[in-house]
Ligand binder design. Structure first.
Ligand code: OAD
Length: 247
């Protein structure tokens, strides 16, 4: 396996990378937002108004994770984390755990970093203490904070509309250092992630590449765009990086 100097790679992923694992994207005709209004399931106000509907939506999605597996695109990025000598920073908007599972199957380099900026389905947060706990089951009104034992205080550890994404300082640092930026499986509708490529364009340092089924909203900001299924185009592109062809 060849890898060259210390090129720094930042990868942003979205729902499209998990589509071929069987998880719905958000904005497809039959996508997650099709049967649900964002205002009903993905805002702090919705949770205050109707916690049961919001918990049901995320309970259903958490349960789905039992039946899905990382695909060739997740595995290719895990390979990059294991073999690339420079920094690999993987930033995902996804709340599934497919990147984590793929990376758990390899030995990532010390220089690999992972940020799930929109939270994760397999964690809950106590609205009183702000403590975060790993969680595999449904959240019900009886679910209790594992430390305090108090029931009814847990919410999904998910960033809702109107809330600040996680790890923004770390991501900003990574963008400032980045030589190669890949945006995979995201429609470029939701900020701040949709703005990363514009920020990089302003900095003028990184080569930016979109890998998506179709042109995203921001496709014109990228130096290069490759369109196709993630399970095909991501392994191909990663092989080119690891062969030293790209940076
Ligand atoms: P979207 O559903 O908006 O976009 C998914 C993108 O993946 C689309 O551009 C599809 O064309 C592409 N796609 C679909 N199947 C693909 C495949 N097999 N291979 C490659 N690409 C494929 O999802 P996101 O951009 O991830 O936020 O959405 C961003 C955020 O909007 C989500 O994190 C979520 C949502 O509201 C929150 O919940 C905070």
């Amino acid at each position: 396996m060849v890898s060259n100097s210390a090129g720094r790679i930042v990868i942003l992923t979205g729902a499209g990378i998990s589509a071929e694992s069987g998880l719905q994207t958000f904005r497809a005709d039959d996508g997650l937002w099709c049967g649900h209004r964002v205002e009903d399931v993905a805002t702090p106000e919705a949770f205050e108004r109707d916690p049961e509907t919001v918990q049901d939506f995320y309970n259903m999605r958490r349960r789905q994770l039992r039946d899905v597996h990382p695909n060739a695109a997740h595995e290719a990025l895990a390979k990059l984390a294991a073999y690339w000598d420079g920094e690999v920073v993987l930033v995902t908007q996804n709340v599934d755990d497919l990147h984590q599972r793929a990376v758990a199957a390899v030995v990532p380099k010390d220089t690999y970093q992972f940020y799930n900026m929109h939270g994760e389905l397999k964690s809950v947060r106590c609205v009183e203490s702000d403590d975060v706990f790993p969680w595999e089951e449904d959240i019900t009104p009886e679910s209790a904070n594992p430390i305090s034992g108090k029931a009814g205080t847990l919410r999904p550890h998910i960033v809702w509309f109107g809330e600040m994404p996680f790890f923004m300082d770390e991501i900003e640092d990574a963008l400032n250092r980045c030589d190669l930026f890949l945006s995979i499986g995201t429609s470029g509708n939701v900020y701040p992630a949709a703005g990363f490529v514009q920020r990089l364009r302003y900095l003028g340092r990184a080569h930016t590449v979109e890998l998506n089924l179709e042109p995203s909203n921001g496709t014109g900001y990228f130096h290069e765009a490759i369109h196709g299924k993630a399970t095909e185009i991501v392994p191909q592109y990663v092989a080119r990086i690891l062969s030293g062809e790209i940076i």
